[in-house]
Design a protein around this ligand. Structure first.
Ligand code: 5GP
Length: 117
């Protein structure tokens, strides 16, 4: 069950500030408030979905494909395509997901090593 009061829903609605990297009507990418690497960006679709499985299974494939294509746009914009990066999506209790709105972490700007945020 989606929680309309989760922090990323508030960020999408403009009720909470964030440092935006890229936004359009479907997606938002912004800096993580507690970065674990030089580049640490969060990417979210603007649909009500709790986690990866819900996003992929519940939403039209055009919405899903568009989100991941925008990830590619952001990686290019951040200038980390050549140096490399890590994409992570935590899901559920074992995955350590804290915010119940599907999101991906993009880590880069340095060697990520064992950081598994
Ligand atoms: P999760 O553990 O759910 O995959 O990751 C949630 C991420 O959201 C964490 O890396 C945390 O630092 C970040 N975060 C939590 N609250 C806020 C906030 O209010 N603003 C921003 N920009 N990031 C947040």
């Amino acid at each position: 069950m989606y929680d309309d009061n989760n922090i990323f829903a508030k960020i999408i609605d403009g009720k909470m500030p964030c440092k935006k990297i890229y936004e359009d009507k479907d997606v938002l990418f912004f800096e993580d408030i507690n970065p674990v690497s030089k580049v640490h960006i969060l990417g979210i679709p603007k649909v009500k979905c709790v986690d990866f499985s819900e996003f992929v299974l519940k939403y039209d494939q055009n919405i899903v494909a568009n989100f991941f294509q925008k990830v590619e746009v952001v990686i290019e914009k951040l200038g980390i395509k050549e140096s490399g990066f890590r994409i992570i999506s935590n899901s559920g209790a074992d995955g350590g997901q804290e915010v119940p709105h599907f999101h991906i972490h993009i880590l880069g700007g340095e060697k990520i090593g064992s950081k598994i945020r």
